[in-house]
Write a protein that binds this ligand. Structure first.
Ligand SMILES: [Zn+2]
Ligand SMILES: [Zn+2]
Length: 379
């Protein structure tokens, strides 16, 4: 037993529970800590020691007799070493029962569910679309190099399809392993190393796929991009991903992540399209109409009323993108900006000078106040 009694931590402290903790509290605390410190999985430097400590504490506290004994005597038990009565075998904590199969499935290869159900990996590809495509949605078709079942061996990986049942696991693919960690014996279920968890041994591997059971093949993938799709939307094509190893189990999924290409002038805010429109002072003052090509194929007419202010916005209703979960379209929001030329002619300068007295605000302070209150009202 490592450590002296003096530097042994209190079991309740180890599990970070109250002395009144119920059986369920203990179990939850153990699960939480075991997930964090399991030596096969933890990256903490002292994980193994921590894990032993946690197991020991749990083994004692989860046993009512031992807990009562510990509560009375602590580590200074008159019976000496609290594990004295259990020479040899140690504690048999079934970690798989305690932590659940999911906890272990992550250790060995991963990517599969409970029990013997095996699944190929998911494959993620990115696909770019124009902003205009978001408007209507579209049926896309792309060529991809994807792993597909090897036709020569029908996915088994074996030449002539010949395999023998693995003697190590009797074809189960999984084996129970007793693991000794300090004084404890854990029973864990692992993938059989002999057969790679498949339950069968290939006598001679298929030449075309080197025994993997799948090869890369060019495939045409068709899918629908829904109208209103957002940048980063992932479409899941079930069963179109990687086949399971040696054809035993289901295919993974193919995930297509939609990338919406940047538009030259529109920004997107949900289903609204936002653009800024620089205008000369006369157009803002007198009003005007600007007509530009829009992504819906029609002209977008922007009517700027007389006496418009730079910094204000105009909304053109229902010319934005389709809403995702309801009918209709968002708006185009136009931010008015004042275009100021770098240089002006002498004649223009003279004219501007002459307009100063009539166009500049005479009540500057009042303007500042009005502007500030308008800004606050809009916040
Ligand atoms: Zn093959
Ligand atoms: Zn095996």
């Amino acid at each position: 037993m490592g450590g002296t009694l003096a530097d042994k931590r209190d079991y309740y402290e180890v599990l970070d529970v109250e002395r009144s903790a119920t059986e369920k509290d203990l179990k939850n605390a153990f699960r939480r800590l075991a997930r964090r410190y399991h030596p096969d999985r933890s990256e903490e430097p002292d994980a193994e020691d921590k894990f032993k400590e946690i197991q020991e504490a749990y083994a004692v506290l989860s046993d009512p007799d031992r807990r009562a004994h510990y509560d009375r005597f602590g580590h200074d038990s008159p019976a000496g070493n609290p594990f004295g009565g259990f020479s040899g075998g140690g504690f048999n904590i079934n970690l798989e029962d305690l932590l659940g199969g999911d906890f272990f499935s992550g250790f060995f290869g991963g990517g599969r569910g409970r029990g013997r159900e095996r699944r190929g990996s998911d494959i993620l590809v990115r696909h770019s679309i124009e902003l205009a495509t978001v408007l209507t949605g579209s049926e896309e078709s792309i060529e991809l190099d994807l792993p597909a079942e090897c036709k020569t061996c029908t996915g088994s990986g074996a030449k002539d399809g010949k395999t023998t049942t693995c003697s190590q696991c009797q074809g189960q693919g999984r084996v129970r392993v007793r693991q000794q960690i300090g004084p404890f014996v854990n029973e864990v279920v692992q993938d059989c190393r002999e057969c790679g968890g498949t339950g069968s041994i290939i006598e001679s591997p298929c030449n075309d796929c080197s025994g993997r059971g799948h090869r890369v093949e060019e495939r045409t993938i068709r899918f629908n991009v829904p109208a209103g799709a957002e940048h980063g939307t992932r479409l899941r094509l079930r069963g179109q991903g990687q086949p399971a190893e040696r054809g035993q189990g289901s295919h993974g999924d193919l995930l297509i992540e939609i990338e919406v290409l940047t538009h030259p002038w529109f920004e997107r805010n949900g289903s609204d399209l936002i653009m800024s429109l620089p205008l000369g002072y006369p157009d803002l003052m007198l009003g005007t109409k600007i007509s530009i090509d829009h992504i819906d194929g029609k002209k977008l007419d922007i009517v700027i009323p007389a006496s418009s202010s730079a910094g204000h916005t105009l909304e053109i209703k229902k010319r934005g993108l389709p809403h995702m979960r309801r009918s209709g379209r968002g708006d185009v929001v136009v931010l008015l900006k004042l275009h100021v030329p770098d240089k002006i002619s002498k004649a223009d300068k003279k004219q501007l000078e002459s307009m100063k007295s009539s166009l500049n605000p005479s009540d500057q302070v009042q303007r500042i106040l009005d502007d500030a209150s308008e800004r606050r009202a809009n916040e």
